[in-house]
Design a protein around this ligand. Structure first.
Ligand code: FES
Length: 58
C-alpha cells in the first residue's frame, strides 16, 4: 500500500495517516474516523478504510 495514496478525498486523508492512526491504537473504523476525520463527510471511503484495516490486521 502506497502511503501517499489518498483514501478519503473529502478530507485528503492518506493511507499513511490511517496506518499511523492504526499504530497508535485506532483499530476500528470509528476510531479512525475520530482520529483522522476520514469517513466523516460523505462516507464513500468507509469501505476502503475497512479494507485497509483488515489488511493491517493481516
Ligand atoms: S471520501 Fe471520505 S468522507 Fe467523503
Amino acid at each position: 500500500m502506497d502511503r501517499e495514496q489518498v483514501i478519503c478525498p473529502c478530507l485528503d486523508v492518506t493511507a499513511g495517516q490511517i496506518m499511523d492512526a492504526y499504530e497508535e491504537g485506532a483499530t476500528t473504523v470509528d476510531a479512525i474516523k475520530e482520529i483522522t476525520g476520514a469517513g466523516t463527510v460523505c462516507g464513500a471511503c468507509i469501505d476502503e478504510i475497512e479494507d485497509l484495516l483488515s489488511e493491517l490486521k493481516g
